[in-house]
Write a protein that binds this ligand. Structure first.
Ligand code: ADP
Length: 270
């Protein structure tokens, strides 16, 4: 069963990002009680469901986070995952591949980081970089990256069939919002570490990235591994929706505390 949600990409439909509003926020305000309550409710439920998932030790959850630079991947992880038991969560950030990683197929490094049973894994960037930055910068020939959409679908199907629930989130900001966020990083000395002049070169390639994202979202939205396009200009709205989606996925997984293989009433402690 797929979580039906307004942000979900329907498998088989062509995604056009200019038809989606990155500023969408249901007409809510940051300080509305409804927003605070919905976020709290989702976080509390996530906590309880994670406990069950961990105790059950049968299934796992993989959350893939992709975004343009400044799109809010780090902030989403910080705000949404807060409160989960760190023992059961593993965050992996995928950077420029090392020579060792490049000496293998593109999924090799990713497969090693998928969640073990009972765990939640968060991918901060992912195997999708291999059809995004790699495509935009022509790091491999076109026939090579073109084959990857199908290879990714097969890989994700393997994970799904072996007990991993997959939720893929594209945090979608506008180009104007990115300009403002980059400017804030320049204006605030405490944020300079987050800025890189290379970000400006990537920004020049905005349209190429949008085209690459549209293909990744279109070609790799499957029943077992759906893509969600999260309107992410407003950080509080993004956090709330992401928390609700993760809660929904965990609920559908319906993890159960295992039955004890002993009778607690028969056990007497000295
Ligand atoms: P982030 O922007 O995620 O906070 P960094 O600033 O360290 O982290 O950026 C990581 C960089 O690694 C990004 O520019 C990204 O495009 C690049 N990258 C990730 N995966 C690949 C890949 N498979 N091939 C080439 N570059 C990659």
């Amino acid at each position: 069963m797929v979580v039906e949600h307004p942000t979900m990409v329907r498998p088989g439909t062509r995604v056009r990002l200019d038809e989606i509003d990155p500023d969408f926020h249901e007409g809510l305000g940051k300080r509305d009680d409804e927003v605070k309550e919905r976020l709290k409710q989702a976080r509390d439920a996530m906590r309880e469901l994670q406990e069950r998932l961990y105790a059950e030790g049968e299934q796992s959850l993989l959350i893939v986070l992709q975004a343009m630079d400044t799109g809010g991947k780090d902030g989403t992880i910080k705000h949404v995952m807060r409160g989960l038991n760190p023992v059961g969560v593993c965050v992996s950030s995928f950077k420029v591949p090392t020579p060792e990683e490049l000496a293998h197929d593109f999924l090799w490094r990713v497969h090693q980081r998928v969640p073990r049973r009972g765990q939640i894994a968060v991918f901060n960037r992912s195997h999708y970089e291999d059809v995004l930055v790699v495509r935009v910068h022509e790091l491999v020939p076109e026939p090579v990256w073109r084959r990857r959409y199908e290879q990714i679908n097969e890989f994700e199907r393997l994970l799904a069939e072996t007990g991993t629930r997959i939720v893929k989130l594209f945090l979608y900001i506008s180009k104007e919002e990115q300009r403002e966020r980059l400017q804030k990083r320049l204006d605030n000395p405490d944020k300079h570490w987050k800025f890189s002049p290379a970000d400006l070169e990537e920004r020049e390639l905005w349209d190429d990235y949008i085209a690459a994202y549209e293909d990744a979202l279109t070609l790799c939205a499957t029943e077992v591994a759906p893509w969600f396009v999260i309107p992410a200009n407003r950080k509080w709205y993004r956090n709330m929706i992401v928390a609700e989606l993760i809660e929904g996925a965990l609920r559908e997984m319906n993890p159960q505390f295992p039955e004890p293989d002993f009778d607690p009433r028969q056990i007497v402690l000295e």
